[in-house]
Write a protein that binds this ligand. Sequence first.
Ligand SMILES: Nc1ncnc2c1ncn2[C@@H]1O[C@H](COP(=O)(O)OP(=O)(O)O)[C@@H](O)[C@H]1O
Ligand SMILES: [Mg+2]
Length: 160
Amino acid sequence: MIEWTTFLADEVATVRAGNAVGAAMAKTDGLLTVHLQGDLGAGKTTLTRGVLQHFGHSGAVKSPTYTLVEVYELSERTVYHFDLYRLGDPEELEYMGIRDYFSGNSISLIEWPSRGEGVLPTPDVVATLKVQDGGRVVKLEASSDLGAALVERLTAQTQQ
Ligand SMILES: Nc1ncnc2c1ncn2[C@@H]1O[C@H](COP(=O)(O)OP(=O)(O)O)[C@@H](O)[C@H]1O
Ligand SMILES: [Mg+2]
């Protein structure tokens, strides 16, 4: 299993980890899908903010809980941030034309992917966040060749 784990002492550390994930994504060409697992408050949206920052988005990142998806058209890549917490039925994703989101070399970061099971494409990377010792632990596990390339880059980057 190709994976990367790190302890995040505070919110700033989570944003920095997101910056590092973004940098590894930028060097990984192709359609990238990342599932973000973890309880409410685990830091999924904060990590996403760090990824978006790497691609040049400096503003706030609102949780797309009611809209399900927020689109960020950034200079290098289009990033889709999904939050499926309130999704009643995976079929709703079909109605919103979910297939169009998974094309080109866009990046999708998906909170609560279990709510969209059966309709969402399989992920390249599964990121899991947990509360630990007043901070968080994040683990990224690769689940495709593209995901493995990404996690290997992240490992190389953060060892320097
Ligand atoms: N490493 C960390 N240590 C402590 N608090 C953190 C850490 N990372 C994020 N937080 C805080 O946790 C709270 C919830 O984060 P959020 O990203 O909204 O979680 P989620 O999207 O998983 O529900 C925020 O107040 C955020 O500042
Ligand atoms: Mg969130």
